[in-house]
Ligand binder design. Sequence first.
Ligand SMILES: *[C@@H]1O[C@H](CO)[C@@H](O)[C@H](O)[C@H]1NC(C)=O
Ligand SMILES: *[C@@H]1O[C@H](CO)[C@@H](O)[C@H](O)[C@H]1NC(C)=O
Ligand SMILES: *[C@@H]1O[C@H](CO)[C@@H](O)[C@H](O)[C@H]1NC(C)=O
Ligand SMILES: *[C@@H]1O[C@H](CO)[C@@H](O)[C@H](O)[C@H]1NC(C)=O
Ligand SMILES: *[C@@H]1O[C@H](CO)[C@@H](O)[C@H](O)[C@H]1NC(C)=O
Ligand SMILES: *[C@@H]1O[C@H](CO)[C@@H](O)[C@H](O)[C@H]1NC(C)=O
Ligand SMILES: *[C@@H]1O[C@H](CO)[C@@H](O)[C@H](O)[C@H]1NC(C)=O
Length: 465
Amino acid sequence: MARYLITRIPNMAPSLLTLGLLALILSYNQHNVAAANTHHVLTSRQSNNTTLSPFFTSISDYVDSITDELSSINTEIHSNPELGYEEVKAHDLLSSFMEEQDGWTVTRSVGNISTAFMAVFEGSGEGPVVGFNAEYDALPELGHACGHNLIATASLGGALAAAEVMRTENLAGKIILFGTPAEESLGGKVKMLEAGVFKDANISVSLISHPTSSGDSPYMITTSTDRVDVEYYGKEAHAAAGPWEGINAQDGLLLANSALSYMRQQMRPSDRVHGFISSAGSRINVISAKASGSYQIRANDEAQLTNLTERVENCFKAGALATGAELNFTIRPYGYANHVTNDLLAASYATYFKEQGGELQPAEIDKLKDPSGSTDQGNLSHEWPSISPYFQITNEDGSVPATGPHTALFEVAAGSRPAFEKSIVVAKSLAGVAVDVLTVDGLLEQIQEEFEKSRMPELRRRRRV
Ligand SMILES: *[C@@H]1O[C@H](CO)[C@@H](O)[C@H](O)[C@H]1NC(C)=O
Ligand SMILES: *[C@@H]1O[C@H](CO)[C@@H](O)[C@H](O)[C@H]1NC(C)=O
Ligand SMILES: *[C@@H]1O[C@H](CO)[C@@H](O)[C@H](O)[C@H]1NC(C)=O
Ligand SMILES: *[C@@H]1O[C@H](CO)[C@@H](O)[C@H](O)[C@H]1NC(C)=O
Ligand SMILES: *[C@@H]1O[C@H](CO)[C@@H](O)[C@H](O)[C@H]1NC(C)=O
Ligand SMILES: *[C@@H]1O[C@H](CO)[C@@H](O)[C@H](O)[C@H]1NC(C)=O
Ligand SMILES: *[C@@H]1O[C@H](CO)[C@@H](O)[C@H](O)[C@H]1NC(C)=O
């Protein structure tokens, strides 16, 4: 094996995957995409048009009329946490529920992804197609500590209410509820994207939301991310009788980890590199011949992620070079792109959210916040206009959970009645956005125009093997 084996595993079938491992692949194409840092001039609608859709009362009344069903589904998902691609119960629960709804056609295991589904409500003819995404995977050991049960509930309620308006008003277009599994690290939506699920459904916009312990915001700003596994191969030797005969794999990894720590001083504020060492040896008197770890890399956008990944790679190479160990650096498939927001979708959401008593920062300030976290909705946001508002949840007693997503305290809050009620406010707001897209003359065209302007010239593509 070469001293450095740098592999990027493509998002592909196993046979290709095996090929990918054998080949020495340059992990990304080098031509740097200019950071499309667009700041749009606010349009009158978003700055100042707070006209509420005449259908909002119908939306609100309809969601209220199905609150008991939504609540029981929310609780059922929260109390039966399932890991990515194993969400059999949630998939069956939501699919069955949608099959019982008048006018909806459900495809279970859509895209041949067992726990994904698609439920379609057809309007009176050709028109905009509004996609709602429902997540429902949980975290190992922590249960629904990311509150995906609430995401499912908000999208379910939103899609049903928008479809109800479509039915009563005889509107053209379609509402589609997608069951999108495995958001946590496994890229369920990226897989669905590759299977052509969203494209074949001709979606015009993609709506979703996410609970948080911070403030409410229609602007989800997240980083592009990749995950890597590293292994060092050295040579065993007696640690006292002949250490000079060994090659210390553990030291290679520790050096790389230190190099990363030094590099952090020169990283951009939104860059992140984090991970853990999973093994480094097992016998106290033997020079360690193998060490391994896993790291995640995040940056503002594709171009910066490419740059940062190369610097991270160099840190790992340094460990190999210094110790003489061989490095196996493998970039996992299903990286996530940053989430691109859309001002017009955000403005529409803000109108309905505020109508229900919600408070939001001015958009001009809100959208300047630093990115945090990463989501596979990011990949969709490069293909279609997307919105994923954050909504702050609270505990039974109204207190905000002391810690954010991916913690035990957040898991408790995600199961509270007030958190469910907040997801209902979000459901109504998202339904409002959908109905705006379906009914406001020219709005979809303006949304698409903004989307085209804010789009990265080219999303970095993985080189296929
Ligand atoms: C405001 O929005 C409404 C629909 O929500 C639309 O009919 C109206 O033309 C908009 N007005 C302006 C000034 O953009
Ligand atoms: C609101 O929009 C109208 C019409 O587009 C414009 O004349 C007015 O100045 C705007 N008001 C504010 C406060 O931006
Ligand atoms: C669907 O997945 C199954 C099992 O994973 C596989 O055997 C089958 O060939 C796949 N079908 C299609 C159409 O991809
Ligand atoms: C999507 O659009 C294409 C081209 O307009 C059309 O042929 C196809 O039937 C549409 N698919 C769906 C699911 O509506
Ligand atoms: C990363 O970007 C910086 C500044 O934009 C540039 O100087 C540097 O050469 C780049 N590094 C890599 C590894 O591409
Ligand atoms: C390199 O590491 C990957 C991920 O840990 C592993 O699957 C693969 O087998 C390793 N390759 C070699 C040549 O050891
Ligand atoms: C999703 O985003 C990742 C990370 O930025 C990117 O590498 C990948 O090519 C994207 N995948 C698709 C199918 O868009």
